[in-house]
Design a binder for this molecule. Structure first.
Ligand SMILES: [Zn+2]
Length: 134
């Protein structure tokens, strides 16, 4: 009886391992989070909710630029719909140690936020300019 039980346990574990590595299951699990975020101006797909990351412990940050404009930005590990323009600079950087470039929508060229890098890189996109695909 003990032997049968052990075999049963082994088989069950084996089955679960197989299931969790199947791509079908992974797709199901990410479907909820895999919502698209689009440029508010032209509706082009820019990034995904699932690409959201925390920088310095927060996904959302609020900063003011030297001209006094306040921005609410969200951080993403990638934004395939953005183009980075200009030379990277550390001037007035919002994230210590990171240089930044302006990030624009590749389709309509409106500025959507900034690209930061210091070896690690991420996008900080202006919350008002990025909306969930409807
Ligand atoms: Zn656009």
């Amino acid at each position: 009886m003990e032997l049968v039980w052990n075999q049963y346990c082994f088989k069950k574990t084996d089955l679960q391992a197989e299931k969790s590595t199947s791509t079908d299951v992974e797709n199901d699990e990410t479907a909820e989070e895999n919502k698209k975020l689009c440029c508010t101006f032209c509706k082009t797909h820019v990034t995904d909710v699932a690409a959201g990351i925390s920088i310095n412990g927060q996904h959302t940050h609020t900063f003011s630029n030297p001209a006094g404009y306040a921005y609410t930005i969200n951080c993403y590990e990638s934004a395939p719909g953005c183009l980075n323009i200009g030379e990277g600079t550390h001037q007035f950087t919002w994230f210590k140690g990171y240089e930044w470039q302006i990030a624009i929508c590749h389709a309509c060229k409106e500025q959507l936020g900034w690209f930061f890098s210091n070896g690690q890189q991420f996008y900080a996109l202006i919350a008002d300019y990025i909306s969930l695909e409807k």
